[in-house]
Design a protein around this ligand. Sequence first.
Ligand SMILES: [Zn+2]
Length: 240
Amino acid sequence: MLAEHEFDRALVIVAHPDDAEFWAGGIIACWTDAGFAVTYCVLTNGETGGYNTSVPREDMARIRRAEQQQAAALLGVTDVRFFGLAEGELRVGDKQLRRELVRLIRQVRPQRVVTWSPEWNWQRFRSCHPDHRATGEITLSAIYPDAGNPFAHLPLREEEGLEAWTVREAWLINSPQANHYVDVTETFERKVAAVKLHHSQTGNRQNLAAELRDRIAANTAAAQLPAGRLAEEFQVVITG
Ligand SMILES: [Zn+2]
């Protein structure tokens, strides 16, 4: 894995507003606290999410965008890119989206990309949204073979001056093969606060802090941390 001095930029590519906070809010806050730059890319509007039937559906995309910006800011992230795609419509074979992600990777030039695992995780069926798996598949394809190949997507280099960029590590969330655990005890309260800022999605959940704690409790033992500590889990894949 990357040594501390080899890392200063991360790109988080997720399907919906709130994915980043739920799954990686702790590590994101740790990274920004340490002075590393983190950029978010949220692919869809998340317009079919939520619980409150009195909120007009046509307002949901705007509401969630605002919530996402507030939650990101709380975790120290001010660079949030919204791709504005329709929720539920992400497709693995979307070549245009793949090219857009190559452009973004070459602009941001991150050493680490955090994204969804493209695999089914049968232990957590309801986290395997088709948008999540498609996000992982397209993002990993944009990382390799595309972003690092100067001859892929030639106009990006010849017309926009975007040189090839090799991402070194992909950190996959909701992977059935987690292999890396990070102690996020110090930033856990901020993660909870950031998830709560997604009020249109979580405003009806009274025990959100306990839910989030329970959700990652098993990671404490897997990470061989003392009782009471909290860890987020990832599958770290060496990509370059
Ligand atoms: Zn999601």
